[in-house]
Ligand binder design. Structure first.
Ligand code: HEC
Ligand code: HEC
Length: 313
């Protein structure tokens, strides 16, 4: 008998022996039949078939490698004398390839990626559902509760930059306990500003723009210093007041409280203004304040009210 076939028979018997031993260790075939355990009996049958089929196929190919001689039509090119047969790819491959393309299209459009469950989707849906409930529950808050909620949001979202005291941590971010610092006013007058504070992306003209737009002979460095101090001081005092009245009041109003669609309130922080900053972010003398789009309607209202109240003592 051929050595390979002999080896295959020995291996098959050995593996069937292992299978038998495993069944015995699990209680024996009798027990499985008594328990009516069809699932495990099927598994055993599968194992036996697998063992026999595997050794059969492996033996077949090993023998083929031992005995086969090459045949067929050779391609013309050779590489260092080594040629290649012109074999047609098996037809089954084409069929499989086609099925895979169809399956891929189905999978992409109707299966998982486009159309189906995702953890992120579920998370967003749950958050949206909760936000609706949250907005409903807190829609009629009195002023005190509103600011209290704003205060706790501030600690989480804003304090990392603005500080727990909202003082801007030595100029790292805007000091929210005052309407605006001298440095910031000066920066805006020199450079202009286009932070969308009005919600209309109307810019504040820069120094040259102010000159052109205005008849008064603005604006010397000393005048800029004076008007910056005047605005940062809450529009009190006399120094700078004339510059303000001559140049700034046309847009910001005589009291600095702004005009709708023209220029923002620079005398006081208002909830509307804080809301604009949160929606659009703000770039200025200190740096960039990021926009906050992750707050719910109610949280927005609360934080706006809270921050506006910080500078109004
Ligand atoms: C032509 C109209 C106009 C004039 C004149 C004008 N402003 Fe403005 N100002 C604006 C507009 C519009 C904005 C909002 C810009 C923005 O959205 O960033 C603004 C913004 C500001 C801000 C920024 C507010 C903030 O919170 O960052 C300051 C400070 C300011 N102006 C001060 C002045 C001073 C001081 C003068 C006079 C020297 C002046 N403005 C003259 C239109 C004007
Ligand atoms: C990543 C840091 C950072 C975080 C977080 C942050 N801010 Fe700011 N914020 C800044 C900076 C920087 C400025 C100053 C921008 C400038 O140069 O005018 C600023 C400016 C502001 C202003 C404008 C002040 C003014 O007078 O012009 C308001 C209002 C404000 N922040 C509110 C908030 C609120 C409310 C939160 C929390 C929801 C928050 N910020 C979170 C960095 C931050």
């Amino acid at each position: 008998m051929n050595k390979t076939v002999l080896a295959a028979i020995i291996v098959t018997i050995a593996m069937l022996g292992f299978t038998y031993a495993a069944v015995e260790m699990a209680g024996g075939l009798d027990k499985l039949i008594k328990d009516g355990d069809w699932v495990n009996m099927l598994a055993i049958l599968g194992a036996v078939i697998l063992v026999i089929a595997t050794t059969f196929v492996v033996t077949k190919y090993v023998r083929q490698m031992q005995n086969d001689t090459a045949s067929g039509k050779l391609a013309e090119e050779t590489w260092d004398g080594i040629g290649e047969y012109k074999n047609e790819p098996p037809f089954g491959w084409f069929v499989l390839y086609l099925i895979m393309i169809i399956w891929a299209i189905w999978y992409f459009l109707a299966g998982y990626p486009v159309n189906s469950y995702s953890q992120i989707g579920e998370y967003n849906q749950k958050v949206a559902e909760h936000d609706v409930k949250f907005n409903e529950q807190y829609k009629d808050m009195d002023d005190e509760t509103l600011k209290e909620m704003g205060g706790s949001i501030f600690i989480v979202q804003c304090a990392p930059c603005h500080g727990l005291q909202a003082d801007g941590i030595n100029g790292q971010a805007a000091d929210l306990t005052a309407r605006i610092s001298e440095k910031s006013v000066k920066y805006v007058v020199l450079n202009g500003s286009n932070s969308n504070l009005m919600g209309t992306s109307m810019p504040m003209p820069d120094r040259n723009g102010l000159l052109n737009s205005n008849t008064s002979a603005l604006i010397t460095d000393a005048e800029i210093d004076a008007v910056s101090k005047y605005v940062a001081g809450g529009l009190t005092g006399t120094e700078g007041a004339d510059v303000f009245a001559g140049t700034c009041a046309a847009c910001h109003g005589a009291d600095g409280k702004g005009m709708e669609m023209v220029a923002p309130n620079i005398a006081q922080m208002s909830p509307e203004m804080v809301g604009m900053v949160l929606n659009h972010g703000k770039k200025g003398a200190i740096g960039a304040m990021p926009a906050f789009t992750n707050l719910t309607e109610v949280q927005h209202k609360a934080i706006n009210a809270y921050v506006a109240s910080l500078s109004q003592k």
